[in-house]
Ligand binder design. Structure first.
Ligand code: XMP
Length: 310
């Protein structure tokens, strides 16, 4: 595939569709939304407003990092604080699909609808990729960003139209487009991170405290496995608890699962055979987090598992 031609074609399409109107897009910091932001910016210039939504579900330091990268790319990013909206919507939910649904609704019904009202935008540019669509259609998982395939008409439902310029690509293709657009290697090679963010990595209820735990574990895993060359690595907080000992006292503590997988396009995945030394180091750091007394390494390929836990 000629990715230069793809870029030109998509810029042309966005320009033609949006015309003289305004479009918005929301960055998560991942490669998909980053690519869409730059395509939109090249197509529309100032008529494209790019937002970073702080959903309370992001990783450590993510807003600053995203702003820095886009400043280098010449795209201004506006920060939106929607932490309370997401935490309220997720409170009390434990069912995985209900949690995904709550994240979707908060993004589309509250945050994006609000931004559309404020900016007068008619379009939302979205980083949906082919794998997201396929998995939703197959009924495996409701990816948070899929609308049309779920029978939702965004214009009727939320008051704006959704453009998905990457809907024919998988992750490997998006990375090629990111290279063509001149993104730095740290963005092109950024490991995938799901739309529902850390909410996809908490089994059971999402609370600020549980987010803090999984966020700290995520930082450790990303630091330790940053050089692993793996497709994706992550930490998951389970709902179960287990007995352990801390400072000579019995502790009924939390469990963190570490996952590190190889994959080409996320449709299938195999666990990476990490050195014991690395696993022990990760385990030591994770079990030093408050209230976490077990760390497990997940050996399950996809299928039968999926990559994320929620
Ligand atoms: P699963 O867990 O389905 O994940 O094996 C496949 C790939 O997709 C990422 N993922 C998502 N990406 N929105 C996204 O944009 C989502 O709702 C979503 N859920 C999972 C996941 O991290 C993996 O790379």
């Amino acid at each position: 595939m000629d990715y230069n031609a793809f870029v030109e074609e998509k810029i042309g399409e966005i320009r033609k569709t949006v015309g003289d109107e305004v479009a918005i897009n929301a960055l998560s910091g991942g490669v998909d939304s980053s690519v869409v932001a730059v395509l939109g910016h090249r197509a529309l210039g100032d008529r494209q407003r790019t937002f970073f939504v702080d959903s309370a579900l992001m990783r450590e330091g993510e807003p600053e990092e995203v702003k820095g990268v886009f400043a280098e790319m010449g795209v201004a990013v506006e920060l939106v604080d929607a932490r309370a909206d997401f935490l309220d919507a997720l409170a009390g939910l434990t069912d995985p699909e209900e949690k995904r649904n709550a994240v979707t609704n908060t993004f589309y019904r509250r945050v994006f609808a609000d931004l559309v009202r404020k900016t007068g935008a008619k379009y939302l540019l979205h980083g949906t990729i082919l794998t997201d669509i396929e998995e939703t259609v197959a009924g495996i998982k409701r990816q948070h960003n899929i609308l049309a395939q779920m029978g939702i008409d965004p214009e009727q439902e939320y008051g704006y139209r959704v453009l998905e310029p990457l809907a024919t690509l998988r992750k490997d293709g998006v990375r090629e487009v990111a290279k063509v657009l001149g993104f730095p290697a740290k963005v092109v090679e950024r490991i995938p991170f799901p739309g529902p963010a850390l909410a996809a990595r908490i089994v059971g209820e999402v609370t600020e405290q549980r987010l803090a735990t999984v966020r700290a574990a995520t930082t450790i895993v990303e630091e330790e496995l940053g050089d692993s060359g793996a497709f994706q690595y992550l930490a998951v907080l389970l709902e179960d608890k287990a007995t352990g000992i801390r400072n000579g006292q019995r502790e009924f503590g939390q469990l963190i699962v570490v996952r590190c997988i190889d994959s080409v396009d996320a449709r299938t995945a195999t666990p990476v055979e990490l050195p014991w030394e690395t696993l022990h180091r990760i385990c030591g750091r994770i079990t030093s987090l408050e209230g976490v007394n077990r760390c497990l390494y997940d050996l399950t390929p996809k299928p039968p598992a999926t990559i994320e836990y929620v």
